[in-house]
Design a protein around this ligand. Structure first.
Ligand code: COA
Length: 333
């Protein structure tokens, strides 16, 4: 995707997050599958993840994160023109999860739709909302990354079940006023020829849900771990460089890198390839695992609320997901 023409500058004016209460530790997983805290920690860095309650839908996670973001931005839900939810675990095939969020928040004048970009869904949504606001089609937008991956995990498959968790992160976007939070650059891309290395085979029109498919667990996530790992590194390094170049910067200008929270070893390799110290990278996957579209949005919220990023800092978000998809964005905080 080309960089948006600078019709008018767009800013993130508030962020929020929600993670479910229930914590699933590596020790808990050891009792479910043939694994160990040592294996999970050394191969991924993950210690815990959050699991949504049976009666918590993706839109519930999304709405809780959205409320925080709206409060942080001091924006009323009724003033939103656009709600975009990045998710691969929608409440239903339709209506869009964004419509459920609209109902929950009372955002009556917003146009609402979902983006299916897997783990890249939040940054895809950010790029879309930026375009709407930059062009004047919208004044105030809410972008959410939310996933309840626990519902599409095969809890008997140790290759995947240790990696993921549930959560939601949100950001409010408006035309920039004083420069704070300005979206300086965005970049995104996809490679549909790599669909088979990370997907959920059944449940759509290609392979409908039947009792046989469910018995074969085709409605759960399938992943070729090593291949995904390799592509995650190469695409996130090139996407990071592209957003930084589009911003007219070099990696050393970035005060805080907020990468997709999939695996600590992937993040360390990216840091090495960008020749940047790990201290510049924000990492919270230890606590939450990989929360898909929510991951960078939760990390952005935590980075700003903890004071890890300060007004004027350049920050870089970069993500990668099934599709394949990837995206990146530089923000001047
Ligand atoms: N506990 C214990 N052993 C496990 C295990 C677990 N939870 N999961 C896999 N193993 C085993 C494998 O079966 C394999 O055993 P074998 O050698 O007897 O066949 C062994 O550990 C090594 O597997 P390997 O695939 O080489 O491990 P790895 O170092 O590549 O790490 C991942 C596996 C999944 C952690 C890693 O490939 C990864 O993070 N990939 C990217 C995943 C990702 O980011 N997905 C989401 C993208 S948005």
């Amino acid at each position: 995707m080309k960089n948006a023409p600078s019709l008018r500058s767009v800013a993130i004016t508030g962020t929020g997050k929600y993670v479910p209460e229930r914590i699933l530790t590596n020790e808990d997983l050891r009792q479910m599958v043939d694994t160990s805290d040592e294996w999970i920690t050394t191969r991924t860095g993950i210690k815990k993840r959050r699991i949504a309650a049976a009666n918590e839908a993706t839109s519930d996670l999304a709405s809780a994160a959205a409320r925080q973001a709206l409060e942080n931005a001091d924006v009323a839900a009724a003033d939103l023109d656009l709600i975009v939810v990045g998710t691969v675990t929608p409440d239903m095939a339709f209506p869009a999860t964004a419509c459920f969020v609209q109902k929950e928040l009372g955002a009556t004048k917003a146009t609402c739709f979902d983006v299916s970009g897997a783990c890249s869904g939040f940054l895809y949504g950010l790029e879309i909302a930026r375009g709407y606001i930059a062009s004047g089609m919208a004044e105030k937008a809410l972008v959410i990354g939310a996933d309840k991956l626990s519902g599409i995990i095969d809890w008997t498959d140790r290759n995947t079940c240790v990696l993921f968790g549930d959560g939601a992160g949100a950001a409010v976007l408006e035309a920039a006023k004083d420069g704070g939070g300005e979206v300086v650059s965005t970049y995104s891309g996809s490679d549909g020829s790599l669909d088979e290395i990370l997907n959920v085979p059944a449940g759509g029109s290609r392979c409908p849900l039947t009792s046989e498919n469910v018995d074969s667990k085709l409605n759960t996530m399938k992943m070729a771990g090593r291949e995904v790992y390799r592509h995650a590194v190469t695409t996130m390094v090139s996407a990071a460089k592209e957003a930084i170049t589009r911003a007219g910067l070099t990696p050393k200008d970035i005060a805080c890198f907020i990468p997709h929270q999939a695996n600590l070893r992937i993040i360390e390799t990216i840091a090495h390839k960008l020749d940047m110290p790990m201290e510049r990278f924000f990492v919270n996957l230890t606590e939450y695992g990989n929360t898909s579209a929510a991951a960078v949005a939760i990390a952005l919220d935590e980075a700003q609320r903890s004071g890890r990023i300060k007004r004027g800092d350049y920050i870089l978000m970069v993500v990668f997901g099934g599709g394949l998809t990837w995206a990146s964005s530089v923000i001047r905080w």
